[in-house]
Design a protein around this ligand. Sequence first.
Ligand code: AMP
Ligand code: MG
Length: 414
Amino acid sequence: MISVDEARSIILQSAAVLSLVKHASAEAAGFVLAEDIVSTEAIPPFDNSAMDGYAVRSEDVQNASHDQPVILKVIDEVQAGTTSHHTVGSNEAVQIMTGAPLPPGADAVVMVEHTEKLDSGSVKVFLSVAKHEHCRFAGDDIQKGQLVFEKGRRLKSYDTGVLASIGRKEVMVWRKPRVAIVSTGNELIGVDEPLTSGKIRSSNNVALQSLLLHHGVIPFDLGIARDTPEDTERQLTRAIEYDVILTSGGVSMGEYDFVRETFQRLGIEIKFWKVRQKPGKPLVFGTKGSQLFFGLPGNPVSSIVCFELYVVPALYKMMGLNYSPLIIHARCKHGINKKPGLRHFLRAKISKSEKGFEVELTGNQSSGVLSSLSYADGLIDLAESRDNVNEGETVEVVVLDKEKLLKLMSLSTD
Ligand code: AMP
Ligand code: MG
């Protein structure tokens, strides 16, 4: 048996960044950039109006007021998408729409709300404008030659708009891992099947899929392998083309636990089996070439805790990102019994008092009780060597629900 830190370091050493791919920028949110993005264009590309109104020479209207409007001759009209070649001269104006190029000679725009169009082809201006008012200048947003996004950035949805504006239809990114899920167990039935004697609904594949989607990775649920060496091998053979294979169940000491031996039979090198932790002790990890195989325990909480502790950091590394869990210190609201030996990860609710963060267990800590993980915001992390926690003692908590933490810190997340 190895420690949690040893297990994590073996996994991270085994996980390699995936290959580069050219990807449509419009669908690249969530991917990690594998190149610096330098703009070959200025954005906006030309000086333009920020308002509907009149392009003027600011000096002509510097004394304009409601009582003493200035009258300017309207020499042209320019819509967005067209260009006016008329130069605005003294006491002249060009009617202009938002986004239309500023005509030569003009240095400001008067908003249409502060004007009155006259039948004579002139306009009354009721308000002065400063030089450059309501104008947007070429390169205000992005300059030609500017480094817009650096290699290693995880692209956000906004970024896809920026990439479109600078004419980048495709970008180089690191490929995302393809992750297969195989559930093992004779007792498992699907979510829509009626419960019959001795059966339970398979929930691990559902929760794992959802977690993978949450982290921006596409899951492939390959279904259930029955507890025979043949069926386990058959299902795992189907999974062999994926970058990461997650199995659940069949890794303990039971007579019908075939995952580990099947891994070996398929030429997967077992890097470790069993970690000094609770829940999640029977975790198996192996590799074949660059593929990673996680034999997650069957108990739903063990399976998810192992996913959070080990699979997530590996997936991030493969996508070209560093992952560090969010850890806080919190005051324990009550005592917790523990014997030295294993590292414990206990489901807990985080709250905040004037003294800082506080935690309390969400109830039954059996590794089969998934609802207590649903009600938890974090995992209290108790070292192998330590024993009981006293009421009021400060403990480390791995935060699972980051939005909840932000809310507790009074930061709005919307
Ligand atoms: P095992 O490690 O295969 O002995 O499974 C440990 C426990 O987890 C057993 O009670 C199983 O019924 C349960 N279990 C295994 N796979 C799943 C699954 N996909 N969904 C829910 N529970 C499971
Ligand atoms: Mg089983």
